[in-house]
Ligand binder design. Structure first.
Ligand code: FAD
Length: 391
């Protein structure tokens, strides 16, 4: 098979890129190792920055998001049993975020791709990207028991943290910057209306807790737990009790409990692969970078990468200049590092580091006091949360 852009992976990065290219009249083929149901049900991100919402709308993929997504104009910081609201539009010149699950973004993009007849192959596992240094890169993949070859002008590796695209970089051609954290997130989905109408980020002596939501009837909640925690050690009752303790306030706020429908543990990691391009292979999304989920940035960064690629390719086709494609890695990395910094700082601000000294605990509380007591400090957090602009 032959195409202009070979896309490895049908997560948010690969699916949105396919849509953006369709809109530009550029042909592409998407290879996805899992089946459709798996991709549509994998529980992950839920917060879309204003910039991501705008991109989805402009791409013609925002109809259901506009109907069903929940616009949020604030988040709440909770510590010392007190509550502090961060007013996003007031602090950022009008920007907000939208609660709309990654599963729904993927469903919408898959439906659009299949309606338009563009090739999207489920159960197609890329084995290797070859010839990235030539002008005819190829993806070798396995589909329906047969090994096949996809010949391309460009390959975009959207195959997530555990994909194969990064393997293209020969030894010494790439560098990894990484940090792992000694804690993880235990996340649940529960069939109960959210106990607050905005997200609540809570710092507590027992560890971090997050109250989030998927819809007006489905809550998403997280607890900081030690790295390597076995989810089976946490009964539903124990999870609710712990959430209640960490989210407690001095006023009459109460946590609503309900049936837990999903439960999982996610490790926390910061990871950046530089550069994000080798020859005609471009990395996008989690294939190139991971952030701890505290800042809700992962999906939004993936969107930024593929928009940058699609615009650069359109520029090449329109003007004959490869300048923007050549600048792809540097352009993406500027935004990536701002998001890495923000996610790292939010994580440090709100989590209980098991190795922290009493002095460091007090510094953490002083940081929170500073943010809630100073408009510039609050503004800095709000700007990071609402998202860094695309160049
Ligand atoms: C619990 C959790 C909560 C999160 N919360 C947020 C949040 O609130 N906001 C936010 O912005 N981000 C959040 N994230 C991060 C976000 O989910 C990811 O950043 C996002 O999924 C990245 O999209 P992607 O398309 O780059 O990669 P992925 O979604 O990982 O997609 C990669 C795709 O490639 C496929 N693939 C892998 N290898 C191959 C192969 N060899 N051949 C073919 N296909 C392959 C995979 O099956 C997958 O479908 C969260 C993540 C987790 C785990």
């Amino acid at each position: 098979m032959r195409t202009t852009v070979g896309i490895v992976g049908a997560g948010p990065a690969g699916l949105l890129l396919a849509r953006l290219l369709d809109n530009e009249g550029v042909d592409s083929v998407v290879l996805e190792s899992r089946d459709r149901a798996y991709v549509e049900q994998r529980q992950r991100a839920g917060i879309l920055e204003q910039g991501t919402v705008d991109v989805l709308r402009d791409a013609g993929a925002g109809d259901r998001m506009d109907r069903e997504g929940l616009r949020h104009d604030g988040i709440e910081l909770r510590f010392g049993r007190r509550r502090h609201r961060i007013d996003l539009p007031a602090l950022t010149g009008g920007r907000s975020v939208t609660v709309y699950a990654q599963t729904e973004v993927c469903k919408d993009l898959i439906a659009l791709r299949l309606e338009g007849g563009g090739p999207l192959l489920f159960g197609a596992r890329a084995l290797a990207v070859e010839g990235a240094e030539t002008d005819r890169p190829r993806v070798r993949y396995l589909h329906e028991g047969r090994e096949e070859l996809l010949e391309c002008d460009y390959v975009v590796g959207c195959d997530g943290f555990r994909g194969v695209s990064r393997e293209v970089f020969p030894p010494g051609a790439g560098r990894v910057f990484e940090r792992t954290y000694p804690f993880a997130w235990l996340g649940i989905l529960a069939d109960v209306p959210p106990s607050h109408d905005e997200l609540v980020y809570a710092r507590h002596d027992r560890g971090f807790a997050l109250l989030s939501m998927r819809s007006p009837t489905v809550s998403r909640l997280y607890l900081q737990v030690p790295g390597g925690t076995d989810v089976r050690a946490w009964s539903d009752g124990r999870i609710w009790d712990e959430l209640e303790r960490r989210l407690e306030t001095d006023d009459d706020w109460r946590l609503r409990r309900g049936p837990v429908t999903a439960k999982s543990v996610t490790p926390m990691r910061s990871h950046v692969h530089e550069p994000m391009r080798h020859g005609r292979l471009f990395l996008a999304g989690d294939a190139a970078h991971i952030v701890p989920p505290t800042g809700a940035k992962g999906l939004n960064l993936a969107v930024g990468d593929v928009v940058t690629f699609a615009r650069a390719l359109a520029h090449l086709r329109g003007t004959g200049s490869a300048e923007r494609l050549d600048a792809y890695s540097a352009t993406c990395l500027r935004r990536v590092w701002q998001a890495e910094r923000f996610s790292y700082e939010m994580t440090a601000l709100l989590h209980r580091d098991p190795g922290a000294t009493p002095f460091e605990d007090r510094i953490q509380l002083a940081r929170l006091e500073r943010i809630t007591g100073s408009r510039p400090a609050e503004q800095d957090l709000a700007e990071g949360y609402a998202g860094f602009p695309l160049e």
